[in-house]
Design a protein around this ligand. Sequence first.
Ligand code: ADP
Length: 261
Amino acid sequence: MSPTERIARDQPSTGETVLSVSGLRKVFGANEVLKGIDLSVRRGSVVALIGPSGSGKTTVLRSLNGLETPDAGVVEIGDVTVDFAGKPGKREIAALRDRSAMVFQHYNLFPHKTVLENIIEGPVQVQKRPRSEAVAEAESLLSRVGLLAKKDAYPFELSGGQQQRVGIVRALALRPQLLLFDEPTSALDPELVGDVLTVIKELALEGWTMVLVTHELAFARQIADDVVFIDGGVVVEHGPAGQVLVDPREARTRQFLKRIL
Ligand code: ADP
């Protein structure tokens, strides 16, 4: 069993809801970006968020991970529930943040830290786990994605695809209940996309619960159980990937798919 499989299997069995979002609202100035988003994700499933640029997909992910504070809505991840209309405190938001981990479009590695230091930062500094344990786990995860030899390298010494695989390992090392991917391959040169998608696919097969913002519809078709089409800050359609991507019910979804396929 691979190390990530072991972590995934430490989690309770598939079927129960691990993420539940209701009535999520966010306003930036006069721009109402999220107009009441509802979403629910079962443990062990993969949900792809698709939709036009600017429709609010990234803001949804960032709201789940405490990087944006929504104006209203209830977010439940595992055993933590936060009602944003009730002006939650820092500790509540920190507890919510701790349940998920984000893989960013531009990797967001610390440039002045080595690969290993980037990965153990969260487990050691935030989660207060023993350094030796965090290092052993980081090394095992790095070897899993073929990058153990790069553990003492700095991000600038790696290709984009390698940096993104480190970004994924950094997220896994936090042992989250939910992995969030924000267009993880859209900043990569085309020849580097495959390796990153392969890692994400393996994680899906291992049973990780994932929410993925992506423009890679063929990839979404391969790995997503459900697809959510968001437009103008609302969920227009949510259903099984095969149905939403191949035979959508809503005219807006059909128009969007026609435009980008
Ligand atoms: P998507 O991921 O679907 O492309 P985003 O969630 O990134 O959409 O953005 C939705 C809208 O919110 C856009 O109009 C964007 O300009 C706006 N927005 C996002 N973040 C901010 C911010 N920090 N300040 C102001 N406007 C923002």
